[in-house]
Design a protein around this ligand. Structure first.
Ligand code: PMP
Length: 395
C-alpha cells in the first residue's frame, strides 16, 4: 500500500490509497508506452495485449459471464451514465432514494422508491413497484438500479433477493458496486445481475479508470457513448455514413486509458489471489471497534437505514450533536492528522433523511445539517480507529 507516514486515512470510501501492485504494473509497462489498437509496432502490440488482458482480468474479478462486455470508463459515474444512455427507448428505471447521486441522476424515466428500513422492506417495495410498472407497461424494458453497499451507512443491500424479484417481472438489474467491490468478492453470474459499475480509485487503483460490465445486446444496439476513432469500423464520405463497431470498442472511442486499465487489473488480480475471507474478518473487527468506540461518546449518533446489526462494510457515518461537521473534520485533520469525510456524501436525499432520523432517535432538538464519515480499508489499523475515537472524545 502506498501512503504518507503520519497521516491517518479514514476516508477509503472516497478514494482508497494505491496498492503497490498497481504502481508496479504501471512501472513495468511504461517503457513500452505505445498506442492501443492503432499500431503494428512491437510497443503498440504489447500495449494492445495488455489492455485486452486487463479487460479479461476485470471481468473475471466480478464473475462476468463469457459473453459480457467489460467497457473501460473513467469511473462509476461514467459507467452508469453510459448505461443510462444505452437503455432502449421507453425503458423504465426503478431505483431507491438511498442511492448515491451517480445512481440517482443519470436515469431519465425513473421511479424512485422510498428508502426502506430493512432489506426485507427493500424487496417488498421493489415487488410492489414492479407489479405496478408491469400493469402500466407490460412489455417495455425495465431496469432496477441499486447499490451493492451504501456509501453513507456501509450497509449491504440485498442484491441477490432484489434480482430474484426483478427476474420475476422480466426486469434487468444494474448494481452500483463502487463501494461493494473494494470490500467483498462479487460474482455477477451468481448474483444473477445484468450490469455492474465500479471505480478503480476506490479499489486501490489510480484515478481515471473504472468499468461497466454486463450484457452486450442493449449496448450494441445503442448509439456510441462517445463518437470518434476506435468506435467505427468504417466511415464513408457522406455525413451519416458510419458503421459503428459492436463490442466494448463501440463505447470507447478515442485513445483509451491504458495505464489506468492495467493498474486496475493488477489490483483485481492481487485481491483475487488474497485470502478475502481473512480480509473480511479483519475489516469486520475494525468496524466493530469503530462502531463500539463511537457509541461510547456522548452526542455522537450513527446514521443507519437498516437495523443496527444489518451486515455492512467498513463505512460509518455519524453526526455530532451541536457541532458543525466541517469544523469537526477540520479539527481531526489539524490537531490529529486524521482524514475523514464530511458533508452529505453525494447522497443528499438519503443523508438528510438519516440525519433527521438519528436526531429523533437520540431526542436531539435539531438535526445537524451534515454528517461525518469514517471509512476503513486494507491499510487501516486498530491504532487508527483508536486515534479517531480518542480525538472525538477529547472534543
Ligand atoms: N456510487 C457510490 C456508492 C459511491 O460511493 C460513489 C463515490 N462516492 C460513486 C457511485 C461514484 O463514484 P465515482 O466518483 O468514482 O464516479
Amino acid at each position: 500500500m502506498l501512503g504518507v507516514p503520519g497521516q491517518i486515512n479514514l476516508d477509503y470510501a472516497a478514494t482508497a490509497p494505491c496498492l503497490k501492485a498497481a504502481a508496479d504494473a504501471v512501472t513495468e509497462l511504461l517503457p513500452w508506452y505505445g498506442s492501443v489498437h492503432r499500431g503494428a509496432g512491437a510497443l503498440s502490440q504489447r500495449c494492445t495485449l495488455a489492455y485486452e488482458r486487463a479487460r479479461q482480468t476485470v471481468g473475471d474479478f466480478v464473475g462476468a459471464r463469457a459473453d459480457d462486455y467489460v467497457i473501460f470508463t473513467r469511473n462509476t459515474t461514467d459507467a452508469l451514465n453510459l448505461l443510462a444512455a444505452a437503455l432502449p427507448e421507453g425503458t423504465t428505471v426503478v431505483t431507491f432514494a438511498g442511492e448515491h447521486h451517480a445512481n440517482l441522476l443519470p436515469w431519465h424515466r425513473a421511479v424512485r422508491l422510498p428508502v426502506p428500513d430493512s432489506a426485507g422492506a427493500a424487496v417488498r417495495y421493489l415487488a410492489a413497484a414492479l407489479a405496478q410498472v408491469r400493469r402500466d407497461s407490460p412489455d417495455s424494458p425495465v431496469l432496477v438500479a441499486v447499490t451493492g453497499a451504501s456509501n453513507v451507512t456501509g450497509e449491504l443491500w440485498p442484491v441477490r433477493e432484489l434480482a430474484v424479484i426483478a427476474r420475476r417481472f422480466g426486469a434487468r438489474v444494474a448494481v452500483d458496486a463502487a463501494q461493494l467491490a473494494p470490500h467483498t468478492p462479487i460474482d455477477l453470474t451468481e448474483l444473477d445481475v445484468d450490469y455492474l459499475a465500479l471505480s478503480g480509485h476506490k479499489l486501490y487503483a489510480p484515478f481515471g479508470a473504472g468499468a461497466l460490465i454486463g450484457r452486450g445486446d442493449w449496448l450494441d444496439a445503442a448509439e456510441p457513448y462517445l463518437a470518434g476513432g476506435g468506435a467505427t469500423s468504417g466511415v464513408g464520405d457522406a455525413t451519416h455514413d458510419v458503421r459503428w463497431n459492436t463490442g466494448p470498442a463501440r463505447h470507447e472511442a478515442g485513445t483509451p486509458n491504458l495505464l489506468g486499465a492495467v493498474a486496475l487489473a493488477a489490483v483485481c488480480a492481487t485481491l483475487e489471489a488474497a485470502d478475502r475471507d481473512a480480509l473480511h474478518r479483519r475489516e469486520q473487527l475494525l468496524l466493530a471497534r469503530l462502531r463500539a468506540g463511537l457509541s461510547t461518546i456522548p452526542g455522537v449518533a450513527e446514521l443507519r437505514t437498516f437495523e443496527p446489526a444489518a451486515p455492512r462494510i467498513g463505512v460509518v457515518s455519524f453526526a455530532v450533536q451541536g457541532r458543525d461537521s466541517a469544523e469537526v473534520a477540520g479539527y481531526l485533520a489539524r490537531e490529529h492528522g486524521i482524514g475523514v469525510r464530511d458533508g452529505l456524501f453525494c447522497a443528499h436525499p438519503l443523508a438528510r433523511r438519516l440525519l433527521r432520523e438519528a436526531a429523533d432517535r437520540n431526542r436531539w432538538t435539531a438535526a445537524p445539517g451534515t454528517a461525518l464519515r469514517a471509512s476503513i480499508g486494507l491499510g487501516t489499523t486498530e491504532a487508527d480507529i483508536d486515534a479517531l475515537i480518542t480525538a472525538l472524545a477529547a472534543l
